[in-house]
Design a protein around this ligand. Structure first.
Ligand code: NAD
Length: 354
């Protein structure tokens, strides 16, 4: 074995019903006295319930998916005007993304309280959108100093969104197996993430107001994001990045829909990854484990259901091609991408080959 693995410095506080207490002690430990709370309008009620012990000077609810640059500018200006010394973000990946955008230019420390399974809180990846173009980068300043995981805050996430978001985490795990910096440590995190998702997601569907499934999936969301952040974007994320930015498709649902096609495409050329994923699902073949879970949970099925149109396939394939990582286990042509996107658009059975 020979590899270089970097571990990110973060404190992870995990406990159902503990968010308010964790936030109070973690803000005190940072020595912060002027806190900016970022939460979308829909998330602000949840936020208000857990920030009562904090020295809050600003509540900011101007959150938009994929962080348009003008939204980032407004948040940075608000932070500057209020003289804040720490940010607490409470919400899904869009909210965490806005906090990261503020941290990118101000260096302010972020405490992230995620309420979905997107996993942005455990990566140093930031994203900004200008017009139809999404730009991402990595910067240690945007990595939240502390993550507070409280599964009670995810109870309000509707089941279909919980499933889609859980599959976003699953996509982090699968893509980490062949990302450009894949290594055995990432693979161990990713495999445990798959196992916990496969066990937790059915529990959420069976009992949406129970905490057991929610805790499992939140724990998996962290593992998946750590694996993904370290392994880097593989073929799956490159495809979804283009689809999300250029066609404004919903993030989690796009990941959930595209994943089986990438697994069916790459799996046969990546036997070690295929074995590990299959083992984590407890099935003979990785694709069987993924498809069984998708069927059981009625996971998102076809890109056509989310606003992607058939006539966009050729241009999308051309836009994705230059971004395909050279380390992908299998060479990728524009025709491969067209076939993959067509199958995902239609919702064809990925096991039938495409
Ligand atoms: P989101 O944050 O846009 O949330 C989706 C919807 O769910 C929103 O309307 C939100 O208000 C609502 N919501 C959130 N939590 C809720 C709860 N507990 N109960 C009820 N409603 C709730 O979506 P997302 O999938 O969490 O995040 C997607 C964004 O995150 C994308 O912009 C994506 O690029 C980014 N992302 C970034 C990284 C990274 O490493 N930088 C990783 C994953 C995702």
């Amino acid at each position: 074995m020979r590899f270089v693995h970097e571990t990110f410095p973060q404190r992870v506080c995990f406990g159902s019903g503990e968010a308010a207490a964790y936030l109070e002690s973690e803000i005190a430990a940072l020595g912060a006295s002027r806190v900016m709370v970022i939460a979308s309008k829909r998330e602000m009620d949840t936020a208000n319930g857990i920030i009562t012990g904090l020295p809050v000077v600003l509540r900011h609810d101007d959150v938009v998916m994929h962080v348009p640059v003008e939204v980032a500018s407004r948040a940075r200006e608000a932070a500057r005007n209020a003289g804040v010394d720490a940010i607490v973000s409470i919400g899904g990946g869009s909210t965490t993304g806005l906090a990261k955008a503020v941290a990118l230019t101000t260096g302010l420390p972020v405490i992230a309280v995620p309420t979905t399974y997107a996993g942005s809180e455990a990566t140093s990846v930031w994203g900004l959108t200008e017009g139809a173009k999404k730009t991402t980068g990595t910067d240690p300043r945007v990595l939240p100093k502390v993550i507070v995981y409280d599964a009670t805050l995810t109870l309000s996430l509707p089941v279909p969104m919980s499933v889609a978001s859980g599959f976003n985490a699953l996509a982090h795990c699968v893509d980490a197996m062949w990302g450009p910096n894949a290594d055995p440590i990432n693979a161990a995190f990713a495999a445990e993430g798959i196992r916990a998702l496969a066990s937790g997601l059915p529990k959420i569907v069976a009992d949406p107001s129970g905490l057991a499934g929610r805790e499992h999936v939140l724990y998996a969301a962290f593992l998946s994001a750590v694996a993904f952040a370290s392994a880097g974007s593989g073929l799956h994320h490159k495809i979804c990045h283009v689809l999300g930015g250029a066609y404004n498709l919903p993030h989690a649902q796009t990941h959930a829909t595209v994943l089986p096609y990438v697994l069916a495409f790459n799996g046969p050329a990546a036997p070690e990854a295929e074995r590990r994923i299959a083992r984590a699902f407890g099935t003979n073949r990785a694709i069987d484990g993924l498809q069984d879970l998708r069927r059981e949970l009625s996971a998102p099925h076809a890109l056509r259901d989310y606003g992607f149109t058939e006539d966009a396939i050729p241009a999308a394939a051309e836009a994705i091609l230059p971004a395909v990582p050279p380390s992908n286990p299998r060479p990728v042509t524009a025709e491969d991408l067209r076939r993959l996107l067509r199958a995902a658009w239609e919702g064809d059975d990925p096991k039938s080959g495409f």
